[in-house]
Write a protein that binds this ligand. Sequence first.
Ligand SMILES: [Zn+2]
Length: 118
Amino acid sequence: MYCTKCNKHYPDDYIECPICLNSLEKEPIRNQIEYQELYPIYTPPDASLLAIAKSLLESEGIEFWVQNEKLQNLLGAGQLMGFNQIFGSPKIYVNKENIELSKELLKDLTVINDNQKE
Ligand SMILES: [Zn+2]
C-alpha cells in the first residue's frame, strides 16, 4: 500500500499512513509534476534556506517538488538543529527545462552553504 501524500510504501494490511494519517492506495498516485522527469538541483542545509530557495523558485514561476519536506515538517524540533538525518535532507527537484534557470537562481544559496561548512 502507498501513501499518496508522502509516497511511502507500507505492507498490504495497512489502510492508513502512520505518519500523515492519509488513507493508503494500492498503487502510488503521483501528482502532475511527478509525471515529468525531475532532476535534483538543490539540497538545502536547513529549513530557512529551504524556504528561501522555494520563494526564489516561486518568484520565477518555476514548478518544483521537494522530496522529504513533509517528513521534516513533522519533526519541528529537529529543524532547529538542522534536518533530521533519519529521513534524509529535503531535496528540491525541477523538470528538465528549468534546471539551468533554477541553478542560476539558487547559485548564491549554494555558495553561502559552502562557506558555512568551512
Ligand atoms: Zn503518508
